[in-house]
Design a protein around this ligand. Structure first.
Ligand SMILES: Cc1cc2nc3c(=O)[nH]c(=O)nc-3n(C[C@H](O)[C@H](O)[C@H](O)COP(=O)(O)OP(=O)(O)OC[C@H]3O[C@@H](n4cnc5c(N)ncnc54)[C@H](O)[C@@H]3O)c2cc1C
Length: 549
C-alpha cells in the first residue's frame, strides 16, 4: 500500500519529533516512523518492572531549548520540569563530601570548607559560564556557517552568481560570529574563549579557577560525559562547555528532571505532533530510503507499506541513514567522510529498582536528603577519572568507573511503588571496542564494577538491588540504534562540532541526496536533549520549500 506525505521523519527520537512538529505547524502533511514501541529514542521512559518507571538512557534535563518549549507550547502538552535545590553531591574517600547547590551562595559557603580561594573563584566560574553559555546558545538554533564557502570565495569572484551565493554564506558566518562575540567585553575576549573551548583540556580549564582536588573533581565529569576523552585530553574543555550551557530549567548551567522521566518530554512532543496533524507510527521500522535520480522518493517500511514523499528527514545516525539508502547510491566522498566519524561509545547505563536509597558513608541516611536530590558524582579526584580513562584507552572497561547517579523516584515518586525507589547510573568508561572478550560475556562483570564503585561510597547499595537493567555500548547500539553505542551519535569533540558536524561541507542538515535531510544528534549543535538539530533541520526544509525565509 502506498501513502503520500509531504515529509516523512525516520525515527521518533526527540529531535525527529521536534522536526515533525515544526513541519506540521507549517502546514505539511507529516509522518513519523519509529521502530520502537515507545517514542523518544534516548529520551525515553519505560516501565521495566511493574510499578517501576525508568529513564532508561538520558536522565537529566538542561539543554532543551526554551524557545522550542514556547513555540510548541509543550507545557500544555504535559511537559513538567522538576527543579532541585541540589546540583551535585560528591562524596570523597576520606568521608568528607561536597554539595554544589543551585543557590550559589550556599555553594560558596560549602566550598569554603575546602578552600576560601576556591569559594571566591566559584563565583567567577559561574559568571564565566553564564556569559559563555549564553554566547553558545546564540549559535544553537541556526545552521553553522559552511566553511567550504569561505575557502573557495576567491574562486567565485569571476562567477557573479556564485559570488553572490557565497557572499550570502559569508554574511551568515559574520552574523553568527558577531552574535557570539556580542556577549563579550571585546573581540579579544571572544577569541580567547574560543581558543580555550577548542583546544584546552577540562583539567587545564578547571586548574585556572580552582586549587583543591575536591572542587575540580566535582566539575571534571561534565567535561568527560559520553566522550572518549580523559581530564587531560585537549578539547575536553568543549565537552565541559556543552554541559554547562543549558538554561532549560530557568537557571544557567543547572540540571533538572522531568515529571515522568525523560520520556515526559518525548510524550509531550508526540502529543503536540499529533495535535498538529502529524501521524506518529510506533513499532514500525523504515527498511529502505527510496532514492532515484539523486532524489529521495519516500521510504519502505518493514510491514510492507511505502510512504511516498519528496522530503525525508532522518533522525537516525548518518551511518545508519546511508545503510538505509544503500552505500553505492550515495556520493562516495560523503560515505567515506561519514565512515571516518569518531563514534566509539564508552558509556554503560545501569538502571535499577531498589528497596532503599543509597546510604552514603559521607552523609548517612536512607531518608531523602540532599545526597539524593541532585546528581551524585562518584569520581573523587581528577586522577581517579584519568585512571578510569586509561583503562578504556587500552581497550578495557574501567575497573573503577566514574559514575553519575540519579535517584529518579525522589524527583517523581510516581516512578516507583510506595516505599521503593529507582536509580539511574551513567557509568564511564566502557568502550565499545574491547581488546579482549565481548560485551555479551562481559556484561555482568561490567555491572559488578559499577555496583562495587557505588558500594564503596554507599555500602547498602548492593543489598538494595531488586531488579536491574544493564545496557552496554553494544546494547545501546542493538536496541537503540546508537552507532557503536555512542550516546551523541558521534563524538562531541571540537573536531566534530559546528561547521565540521556531521562532516565538512554538509553542516546544513542537507545531504548529497536531494530532499533527504539529517535531523539527529550527529548534526549541529550535537548530542544531548536539546531539540536544536530537529528545529534547525525543519527550518532548512521549510526554507528549501520556500515556506519561510
Ligand atoms: C545512556 C545515555 C545517557 C544520556 N544522558 C543524557 C542526559 O542526561 N541529558 C541529556 O541532555 N542528554 C543525554 N544523553 C544524550 C541524549 O539523550 C541524546 O543525544 C539525544 O536524546 C539523541 O536524540 P536524537 O533525537 O537525536 O536521537 P535518538 O534519541 O537516538 O533517536 C533516534 C530514533 O530513530 C529511531 N530509528 C533509527 N533507525 C530507524 C529506522 N530505520 N526506522 C525507524 N526508526 C528508526 C531510533 O529507534 C530512535 O528512536 C544521553 C544518552 C544516552 C544514550
Amino acid at each position: 500500500m502506498e501513502v503520500k506525505y509531504d515529509a516523512v521523519v525516520i525515527g521518533a527520537g526527540h529531535n525527529g519529533l521536534v522536526a515533525a512538529c515544526y513541519l506540521a505547524k507549517a502546514g505539511l502533511k507529516v509522518a513519523v516512523v519509529e521502530r520502537r514501541s515507545v517514542p523518544g529514542g534516548a529520551a525515553v521512559t519505560e516501565e521495566l518492572w511493574p510499578g517501576y518507571k525508568v529513564s532508561r538512557l538520558s536522565y537529566s534535563y538542561s539543554l532543551f531549548s526554551p524557545k522550542i518549549v514556547e513555540d510548541l507550547k509543550l507545557k500544555e502538552s504535559g511537559l513538567e520540569v522538576v527543579e532541585s535545590d541540589v546540583e551535585l553531591f560528591v562524596p570523597f574517600e576520606d568521608g568528607r563530601y561536597l554539595t554544589i547547590w543551585s543557590d550559589p551562595r550556599k555553594t560558596v559557603k560549602e566550598i569554603s570548607n575546602f578552600s576560601v580561594k576556591d569559594a571566591e573563584a566559584y563565583l567567577k566560574f559561574e559568571a564565566y559560564w553564564r556569559k559563555v553559555g549564553s554566547a553558545l546558545n546564540d549559535l544553537m538554533l541556526s545552521p553553522p556557517p559552511d566553511l567550504t564557502q569561505l575557502v573557495t570565495l576567491s574562486d567565485a569572484i569571476s562567477d557573479p552568481i556564485r559570488a553572490v551565493k557565497q557572499l550570502g554564506s559569508l554574511l551568515d558566518m559574520s552574523k553568527a560570529v558577531r552574535a557570539f562575540a556580542s556577549h563579550f567585553d571585546n573581540p579579544r575576549e571572544a577569541v580567547e574563549v574560543t581558543r580555550t573551548l577548542m583546544f584546552a583540556s577540562v583539567h587545564d580549564f578547571l586548574s585556572e579557577y580552582f586549587e583543591t582536588e575536591e572542587v575540580k573533581a566535582a566539575f571534571v565529569p561534565r567535561g568527560l560525559i559520553g566522550t572518549m576523552v580523559g581530564p587531560r585530553t585537549p578539547g575536553s574543555a568543549y565537552v565541559l562547555a556543552h554541559h554547562m550551557m543549558g538554561e532549560s530549567t530557568g537557571r544557567a548551567s543547572s540540571w533538572g528532571y522531568l515529571k515522568g522521566g525523560m520520556g515526559g518530554l518525548s510524550w509531550a512532543l508526540t502529543k503536540r505532533a499529533r495535535s498538529l496533524g502529524a501521524q506518529v507510527y510506533l513499532g514500525v521500522e523504515v527498511e529502505e530510503i527510496l532514492v532515484s535520480d539523486g532524489k529521495v522518493r519516500g521510504v519502505r517500511l518493514g510491514d510492507g507499506r511505502t510512504f511516498e514523499a519528496s522530503v525525508v528527514l532522518s533522525n537516525a545516525s548518518p551511518k545508519h541513514t546511508i545503510k538505509l539508502i544503500g552505500r553505492d547510491k550515495v556520493d562516495q566522498d560523503y560515505v567515506r567522510a561519514v565512515d571516518r566519524l569518531k563514534d566509539q561509545g564508552c558509556v554503560l547505563k545501569f538502571n535499577a529498582a531498589i528497596s532503599e536509597l543509597p546510604d552514603y558513608k559521607a552523609l548517612p541516611g536512607k531518608g531523602v536528603g540532599p545526597q539524593h536530590r541532585g546528581i551524585t558524582s562518584i569520581g573523587p579526584s581528577e586522577d581517579y577519572a584519568e585512571r578510569a580513562f586509561d583503562d578504556a584507552k587500552y581497550g578495557r572497561f574501567s575497573r573503577e568507573p566514574v559514575l553519575r547517579v540519579v535517584h529518579h523516584s525522589v524527583h517523581d515518586p510516581t516512578m516507583a511503588p510506595p516505599g521503593k525507589h529507582t536509580i539511574s547510573i551513567f557509568a564511564l568508561y566502557f568502550p565499545y571496542d574491547l581488546k579482549e572478550g565481548d560485551w555479551d560475556s562481559l556484561r555482568d562483570q561490567a555491572a559488578d564494577a559499577v555496583i562495587d564503585a557505588l558500594s564503596n561510597f554507599a555500602p547498602n547499595f548492593r543489598g538494595s538491588l531488586l531488579q536491574r537493567d544493564v545496557l552496554t555500548p553494544l546494547d545501546l547500539e542493538r536496541e537503540f540504534m546508537l552507532p557503536k553505542g555512542n550516546i551523541f551519535h558521534a563524538e562531541i569533540t571540537p573536531d566534530q562540532m559546528f561547521s565540521f558536524r556531521p562532516v565538512i561541507g554538509w553542516s546544513s542538515y542537507r545531504t548529497p541526496i536531494n530532499g533527504l535531510y539529517l535531523c539527529g544528534s550527529a548534526t549541529h549543535p550535537g548530542g544531548g536533549v536539546t531539540g536544536a538539530p530537529g528545529h534547525n533541520a525543519a527550518f532548512t526544509v521549510l526554507r528549501d520549500l520556500g515556506l519561510t525565509r
